[in-house]
Structure formats: structure tokens, C-alpha cells
Design a protein around this ligand. Structure first.
Ligand SMILES: *[C@@H]1O[C@H](CO)[C@@H](O)[C@H](O)[C@H]1NC(C)=O
Ligand SMILES: *[C@@H]1O[C@H](CO)[C@@H](O)[C@H](O)[C@H]1NC(C)=O
Ligand SMILES: *[C@@H]1O[C@H](CO)[C@@H](O)[C@H](O)[C@H]1NC(C)=O
Ligand SMILES: *[C@@H]1O[C@H](CO)[C@@H](O)[C@H](O)[C@H]1NC(C)=O
Ligand SMILES: *[C@@H]1O[C@H](CO)[C@@H](O)[C@H](O)[C@H]1NC(C)=O
Ligand SMILES: *[C@@H]1O[C@H](CO)[C@@H](O)[C@H](O)[C@H]1NC(C)=O
Length: 420
């Protein structure tokens, strides 16, 4: 049995993040019919990022190879252009440069025009602002429910809030499957509840859950739901634990010996679980008070041949994102995504609104964002593993800071009324 703890990442991916917000923007126009409302908000987010305020501003990077990887200082750019005569400064793409932009702040320019001072006239900066977030969470409970990917997103949220509030009184308390991060000044509670398959399963122990066989009690979610009844914001996910052809479904209880077990094809068992989940939401959540989110599947990077390297290599040693637009790995099962969409549609017709946050595509590009071999190992590595680091690379979870921070920026953008 493998023990799992909090996936506190250690590799620094902060720079890459910026790239991905930009990629997400590039994709928006493609599926506007599907999630037009979400797209609108994302666009606002991206535009506000691009317009800047409190951080990253835009820089234009020429696509010319002459410029190499790094973004050159303007003077260098001109020099290169003069030298080569081939660098077209008018063609390029937007990239984020948090280090050298903005070149001035709105407040510090005495001659700023009121026609252009957007911050002064109430332009909301949708980039994650911990203070604004904590105000939103004042006297509230936000609970992330799901697997270790969702827990990674919760850790990211905790770090986003913690690092920006050095003087606040904070605590972390665990009670079984529930861990709660609290910020006293705001009476805000940001929690994670371990339920990797949403419904009851033999993997529900928050520490010892790696069992060879996967058994779910398809209709049973109350035991979990009881712990998050009354939450103000719920963020669900459930995907990777389903990735096997069949699961054992139990009718009856784990405790009594007389349950009936049946092997059920994965998609059907996922559907059963989503039905139980929908039903729980329909009858236990007050939609006027509770905001509901479902995070789409988080991609993995196990097969190098998907991005053009030898097939037996995985994310190990990868340091750059995939640049092919629309890249989609075969680990991401569109059928399951459609099932979640259908469940959400069903709920909508019953008056319960769940927002699906589509983080799959933007994360697909990030083969470089996984911990790979840079994480704590819960069991000592064997000689064979040490000789072949790729064999134990984690190409599932995400380093922090990193990709889940971007998921939280999207979540943040969706947590405020869309009137702004
Ligand atoms: C975050 O929001 C607070 C209050 O709304 C504001 O005072 C502060 O300037 C914002 N911080 C940044 C970095 O934008
Ligand atoms: C971006 O820049 C702002 C302002 O300089 C800073 O507060 C913030 O921490 C930076 N973010 C990253 C990810 O470097
Ligand atoms: C503190 O927050 C909880 C929700 O986490 C809420 O039930 C309670 O009423 C709040 N207390 C105060 C004093 O606001
Ligand atoms: C832990 O949670 C249970 C509910 O599942 C509750 O009865 C118990 O009081 C909690 N323990 C602590 C120490 O908060
Ligand atoms: C990974 O990088 C290391 C150091 O550069 C190198 O020795 C090793 O051969 C690489 N492994 C793979 C699988 O590319
Ligand atoms: C998420 O976005 C991708 C790429 O645009 C798209 O193929 C997929 O259908 C979307 N999924 C959902 C649930 O909207």
C-alpha cells in the first residue's frame, strides 16, 4: 500500500503559467458556441491581464528565430534587426513578461489622462487578488471535493491566499477525509475533501487508498456529502481514478458481507456515479446560495510519441510546453467529458446550475508542468528505477507554482457576478 501526502511541489513553473493564459485565450474563439458565457468571462480575464494592472503586462515578442528564446531588451531587438535585416518587428505574438512590465503604474504618472486611467474608473482586474478573494469568502466555506488533482488545486488556492496574507492568522486542521485551511480575520474556510470517485469506494481512505481493485457503491454519496452540506462554494472533480476498463460496483454496504458485486464497464459506472452526484446536489444544495463548479479532466503526459519523441519516453526531462495548437493526448477521454456535460445539463433543467471549467485543453500543452522525478517518493526507489528515472516520473500531478494556479485564476474569474 502506498501512502500519499500533500503534493507540495518544488519545481518552479511560474514563468510558464503566463504562457498558458495566453494559449487559453488563443483557443477561446474556437468553441464559443459551446460555452459562450464562460468564454466571455475568460476573455475579460485575459483582456484584463493583457491590459495589466498590478502585475504582468504585455510585451510583443517577435517570432523571428534571431531573437532566440528569451525576450530581448528593446535596444537589443533593434540591434538584431539592424544586423540581420530579417527581423520584422511588426509581426509577433503576445507573451507575458512580469519582470519588466508594466513600465509605469497608473497612480505614479502625474500626467495620466482620465480617459485612459481604467483602474481609477473601476476597471476590475480579474487577475487573482487574494484580498478580493478573501472578501468573497468572508464568513464562508469553500470545499474542493475530489482526487489528488483537485487537492493540488486546493493547495494552489491555499498558497495563493497564504502567501498574500503574511500577517493574517491562519490554521490548517485535518479531520479524516476533510482538511480545512482557515483565515481567522475573514472567518473563511477553504477545505479539501477526499472522494476520488465522488461516490463511496474502497479508495476513500485519505491516506491508504491505492488498492489493486476498484470498488464503488454507485448510488452512495451521502456519507461524503454530509461533510460538505452547507458549503457556499463547491468545486468538484473526478476523472483519473476511473481510467480502467471496468470497475466493481457494489450494491449493499462495505460493512455487511451480503452485498452484491458486479463488474461494470467504466463509462456506465461513471454515469452511475454522476447520477448519484446530481441527485445529491438537486436535493441538498440551495442553488440560490451555493456556487457549484466541476473541473474538467486533467491531462497526463505518458506517451512521448504524442509530441514527437520516442514513444517509451514520458514527461521526464520535458522543459517546454507543447506548441502544436489543439494538441490532445489519448489519456483525455472526451466521452467522459460529454457525460459530465450531460449531467450538468440535466441538473440545469432541474434548477441547479453547475459551471464546468474547461481546463483540459490549456493543460494538455503542459508536458513540462508535472513533477516528473522532482517530488517526494513514498517508497524507497529500487536500483532498476534509479537506473531509469523515467520509470518513476510523475506525469499526472502538477508542480506548484504551476498549472493549477491558472485553473484557480479561471475559477476566481467565475466566482464573481458576470455584470462587471
Ligand atoms: C487587490 O484588491 C484590493 C482590494 O480590492 C486592492 O486594494 C489591491 O490594490 C488589489 N491588489 C492588486 C495587486 O491588484
Ligand atoms: C508579477 O509581478 C508583480 C508585481 O511586480 C508581483 O507582485 C508578482 O508576484 C509577480 N508574479 C509572478 C508570478 O512573478
Ligand atoms: C463563520 O463562517 C461560518 C462558515 O464557515 C459561518 O457558518 C459562520 O456563521 C461564520 N461566523 C461568523 C461570526 O460570521
Ligand atoms: C471530525 O468530524 C466529525 C464529523 O465527521 C465530527 O463529528 C467531529 O467532531 C470532528 N472532529 C473534530 C476534532 O473536529
Ligand atoms: C534526461 O536528462 C539527463 C540530464 O541531461 C540525461 O542524462 C538523460 O539521459 C535524459 N534522459 C532522457 C530519458 O532523456
Ligand atoms: C474543452 O475545450 C476543448 C478545446 O476547445 C474542447 O474540445 C472540449 O470539447 C471542451 N470541453 C468542454 C466540456 O467544453
Amino acid at each position: 500500500m502506498k501512502k500519499e501526502g500533500l503534493p507540495m511541489g518544488s519545481c518552479d513553473m511560474a514563468k510558464k503559467q503566463q504562457y498558458f493564459i495566453q494559449r487559453a485565450w488563443g483557443l477561446r474563439s474556437r468553441f464559443n458556441s459551446l460555452i459562450a458565457v464562460l468564454a466571455g468571462v475568460v476573455l475579460v480575464l485575459v483582456v484584463s491581464l493583457t491590459m495589466n494592472g498590478g502585475g504582468g503586462g504585455p510585451a510583443v515578442e517577435s517570432e523571428s528565430k534571431d531573437l532566440g528564446q528569451g525576450r530581448p531588451a528593446p535596444s537589443e531587438t533593434i540591434k538584431l534587426s539592424d544586423q540581420e535585416g530579417s527581423c520584422d518587428l511588426a509581426s509577433g505574438r503576445w507573451v507575458y513578461d512580469n519582470a519588466s512590465y508594466p513600465l509605469y503604474s497608473e497612480k505614479d504618472c502625474n500626467f495620466m489622462s482620465d480617459q485612459l486611467a481604467c483602474g481609477k474608473f473601476g476597471r476590475k482586474n480579474l487577475r487573482f487578488n487574494a484580498t478580493t478573494m478573501l472578501e468573497r469568502l468572508r464568513g464562508k466555506r469553500m470545499v474542493f471535493v475530489g482526487d489528488s488533482l483537485n487537492r493540488g488545486q486546493w493547495v494552489s488556492m491555499v498558497c495563493l491566499l497564504d502567501s498574500s496574507t503574511p500577517d493574517a492568522h491562519k490554521s490548517m486542521e485535518a479531520n479524516g477525509s476533510l482538511v480545512a485551511f482557515k483565515v481567522k480575520e475573514y472567518n473563511a474556510s477553504i477545505e479539501f475533501y477526499w472522494a476520488p470517485l465522488l461516490v463511496e469506494s474502497n479508495s476513500d481512505d485519505p491516506v491508504n487508498h491505492r488498492l489493486p481493485e476498484r470498488i464503488i457503491r454507485a448510488g452512495a454519496i451521502e456519507k461524503h456529502g454530509r461533510r460538505w452540506t452547507g458549503a457556499d462554494i463547491l468545486v468538484f472533480n473526478s476523472y483519473l481514478w476511473w481510467r480502467r476498463p471496468k470497475l466493481k460496483v457494489l450494491w449493499g454496504s462495505f460493512a455487511s458481507g451480503d452485498g452484491i458485486y458486479k463488474d461494470v464497464e467504466m463509462l456506465r459506472s461513471y454515469e452511475l456515479a454522476l447520477e448519484a452526484w446530481s441527485e445529491w446536489l438537486e436535493f441538498h444544495v440551495d442553488p440560490s446560495r451555493t456556487q457549484l463548479f466541476f473541473m474538467s479532466m486533467s491531462p497526463t503526459h505518458f506517451w512521448g510519441n504524442e509530441w514527437g519523441i520516442a514513444g517509451d519516453q514520458n514527461c521526464h526531462n520535458e522543459t517546454e510546453p507543447i506548441t502544436k495548437e489543439g494538441h490532445w493526448g489519448r489519456g483525455s477521454d472526451v466521452r467522459m467529458m460529454r457525460m459530465v456535460e450531460a449531467a450538468i445539463e440535466g441538473l440545469k433543467s432541474r434548477g441547479v446550475s453547475v459551471q464546468l471549467l474547461n481546463i483540459t485543453q490549456l493543460s494538455e500543452y503542459r508536458k513540462d508542468g508535472h513533477p516528473s522525478i522532482h517530488r517526494k517518493q513514498w517508497e524507497p526507489l529500487t536500483e532498476a528505477q534509479l537506473a531509469n528515472p523515467g520509470s518513476y516520473a510523475d506525469c499526472i500531478h502538477w508542480c506548484l507554482p504551476g498549472v493549477p494556479d491558472v485553473w484557480n485564476e479561471l475559477l476566481y474569474a467565475h466566482m464573481f457576478p458576470k455584470t462587471t
